[in-house]
Design a protein. Structure first.
Length: 51
């Protein structure tokens, strides 16, 4: 029976450095994770800046 690959969507909030603004910016990162051939594959879905 073939292995089913489920896709999991995850959100993380982080701060990243902006060299243009010379400060840190809070962002929410949405990404998907699934396993293919025993390897985890990460796919960036969306990045949004938080105020």
């Amino acid at each position: 029976m073939p292995e089913q690959n489920s896709v999991q969507t995850i959100q993380k909030i982080s701060k990243v450095w902006s060299s243009k603004r010379e400060s840190q910016i809070a962002v929410r990162i949405h990404y998907q994770v699934h396993v293919e051939g025993g390897c985890k594959i990460y796919k960036l879905a969306q990045v949004e800046e938080l105020d």
